[in-house]
Design a protein around this ligand. Structure first.
Ligand SMILES: Cc1ncc(COP(=O)(O)O)c(C=O)c1O
Length: 387
């Protein structure tokens, strides 16, 4: 029997969203910077919203001719805004290999009821056939599938001068993986993943091609105010200067600013991506020396370095039914929570039963190192009880 580890992670928060706050964060960090009880239309608040947009562009090295807006409804709000405002004039290739991608496919097929839609899907742990996207189609995809731990290996499969646009849900990729801006027309994310920010607000990034689409195309469907980027073909450019559609939380805005300033100090997206990859390496070095657990994803080039999804491959575990496997995982994760060794590391309810460990840049490597012996211990503990 493995001895119970004697060291706990100092921050056992390994959830894949909302993710752990940046190291050193304290609610007091927002005390002086948050404009509470002030109108978000006041000059001070607008300046702060604009600063968040500017720092987002700077720390992510977003091209100067791209526009960035803060929109309602978190990443879902940002992505739905784009789908509802811009899809329609061209065929659509919708790629899905896990839960969130499937959600977009449902909206495209069932809610928007677009005619020429091709769905390119893959099972959990695999990726769609990227080379089969059509040149003249709009492409919708998730850069990093948070629930399967599968990411696109790069953007080589998106040709430079394609006719269609690319719509990229990058919420669990941003600040963890290098994004090929020149190939992305719509990119969305929310603050509560790699930034360790708060939920509720989405970020929408548009290329010049996306801006032209908004100028030239008026969809034949009603668009709720919360998703509207303008009226008819007139774009609401104020949005891209911090004048939000409706009221944002200035507490969350101050928190996002805190995180972006931390990221800037670290060295921007390159530094945060490197931190994520180093964190992932700690986990992959560990599981590669274990017989009972491995990555859910076989292909190394598509393994996520942010939402790392693991499967148990122990022979006796594999003989269990699906519901028994979930029971096993539930027992493991509740012991880990009771011991305060790890919170929220059960795989997503739509994914195969397993574990998911967030390795984004707000996670400290020492905490991951301390977590891993607890995984060995809790597995052994539940297995001994069961078999
Ligand atoms: C890839 C992906 N897309 C969409 C969402 C939904 O994002 P939000 O809750 O910010 O709307 C998530 C949340 O985990 C996600 O990981």
């Amino acid at each position: 029997m493995i001895d119970k580890p004697d060291q706990l992670p100092s921050r056992p928060n390994f959830s894949s969203g909302p993710c752990v706050k940046r190291p050193g964060w304290d609610i007091g960090c927002l005390g002086d910077s948050a404009f509470l009880g002030r109108s978000h239309r006041s000059a001070e608040c607008l300046k702060q919203l604009e600063l968040v947009i500017e720092l987002t562009k700077e720390t992510l090295a977003i091209p100067d001719d791209y526009l960035v807006a803060i929109v309602p409804g978190s990443n879902t709000g940002a992505f739905e805004t784009a789908l509802w405002s811009m899809l329609g004039p061209l065929p659509v290739d919708a790629l899905t290999w896990e839960s969130f991608g499937s959600g977009w496919v449902y909206d495209i097929e069932e809610q928007l009821a677009l005619k020429d839609v091709r769905v390119l899907s893959a099972r959990y742990g695999d990726i769609s056939n990227l080379s089969s996207v059509r040149e003249n189609s709009d492409i919708c995809f998730t850069w990093n599938g948070t629930t399967s731990g599968v990411r696109v290996p790069n953007a080589d499969w998106i040709s430079e001068n394609r006719i269609g646009m690319t719509f990229c849900d990058a919420t669990s990729a941003i600040f963890a993986q290098e994004l090929a801006w020149k190939k992305l027309d719509v990119t969305t994310f929310s603050w509560q993943k790699a930034m360790g920010g708060e939920g509720g607000h989405g970020v929408l990034i548009l290329s010049p091609k996306a801006i032209s689409r908004l100028r030239e195309f008026v969809p034949d469907r009603p668009i709720p105010k919360i998703f509207r980027l303008g009226k008819e073909k007139v774009i609401n450019f104020d949005l891209f200067q911090g004048k939000t559609i409706n009221t944002p939380s200035m507490l969350c805005v101050a928190d996002a600013l805190d995180s972006l300033l931390w990221i800037k100090k670290l060295g921007g997206w390159r530094a945060t991506c490197e931190k994520s990859s180093n964190n992932f390496r700690i986990v992959s070095d560990w599981y590669s020396q274990r017989k009972w657990i491995t990555n859910l994803v076989n292909r190394v080039d598509i393994q996520s370095n942010s939402s790392v999804c693991l499967q148990i491959v122990d022979r006796q575990f594999l003989e269990l039914s699906n519901s028994e496997k979930w029971k096993f995982i539930n027992e493991m994760t509740s012991i880990l929570e009771q011991q305060e060794a790890a919170f929220d590391i059960k795989s997503h309810r739509d994914a195969p039963p397993g574990l998911r460990i967030w390795c984004g840049p707000t996670v400290e490597k020492e905490d991951l190192r301390r977590l891993l012996p607890w995984l060995d211990w809790s597995f052994q503990y539940v297995k001994t009880k069961k078999f």
